[in-house]
Design a binder for this molecule. Structure first.
Ligand code: ADP
Ligand code: AMP
Length: 214
């Protein structure tokens, strides 16, 4: 099964994908993490992507689509995966549809996790991440047992450089501009379910599972 998790930054895509990965055994393909890994490793792709990433802009399509295609040709995606953070515009959507069609596959389901903008800002400003195992926390709604330390692997938690308020504003603007065309595309293919992502993670997860099983 190939699934797209759509949602604005902070909607809880990564949080839900971690649960689904455990429950459904689907590989988690997240372009944001791939860019962060490339930027940290100072690869050529990372050097090219960094100025866009730092400004909260979309990384150009040629770089993003190339990276995505390489990722989905890895063995763990052979029978399906969850896309998180991709596609973010129509050119990326068409490139993904074409790549899957060339392999006799297609996107099976798309779930839009809808969250109000003021809640997104609240979530992003309190987000903490584990740099080693990628676990996601929040100051208020999902705090680690010991402040600043990952419950799962004991590493020191960090905040994302692009979760600063002025960059968050730009990321939301850029993503809001593009979202409607993605929703229209997948609704037109009768693949789209919208879930209310403004509730607690368990309630959102239950609706997501229903949407994916239905
Ligand atoms: P995304 O991957 O869509 O950018 P994340 O999964 O990283 O979003 O979640 C953003 C922040 O919001 C994190 O700090 C996370 O702990 C918190 N969060 C995620 N889902 C919920 C929820 N349902 N209710 C409250 N906070 C949440
Ligand atoms: P995310 O982790 O999904 O919030 O993405 C963090 C940043 O990575 C974005 O602000 C963009 O700079 C870049 N990025 C992630 N996914 C994409 C994408 N599909 N297209 C373009 N840029 C992306």
């Amino acid at each position: 099964m190939f699934v797209v998790l759509l949602g604005l930054p902070g909607a809880g895509k990564g949080t839900q994908a971690a649960r689904l990965k455990k429950d459904l055994g689907l590989a988690h393909v997240t372009t944001g993490d791939l860019f962060r890994q490339n930027i940290a490793a100072e690869t050529e792709l990372g050097r090219k992507a960094k100025p866009y990433y730092d400004a909260g802009e979309l990384v150009p399509n040629d770089l993003t689509i190339g990276m995505l295609l390489e990722r989905i040709h890895q063995p763990d995606c052979a029978s399906g995966c969850m896309f998180d953070g991709y596609p973010r515009n129509m050119e990326q959507t068409v490139a993904l549809d074409q790549a899957l069609a060339a392999a006799g596959k297609q996107i099976d389901r798309v779930v839009y996790v809808e969250v109000a903008e003021d809640e997104l800002v609240r979530r992003l400003s309190g987000r903490w991440l584990c740099p080693r195992c990628a676990a996601i926390y929040h100051d208020l709604s999902a705090p680690p047992a010991k402040a600043g330390v990952c419950d799962k692997c004991g590493s020191e938690l960090t905040q994302r450089s692009d979760d600063k308020p002025d960059i968050v504003r730009n990321r939301l603007k850029v993503n809001i501009e593009n979202m409607q065309s993605l929703l229209d595309h997948y609704a037109g293919q009768d693949k789209l379910t919208t879930v209310d992502g403004g509730r607690d993670p368990e309630a959102v997860a239950a609706d997501l599972r229903k949407a994916l099983e239905g």
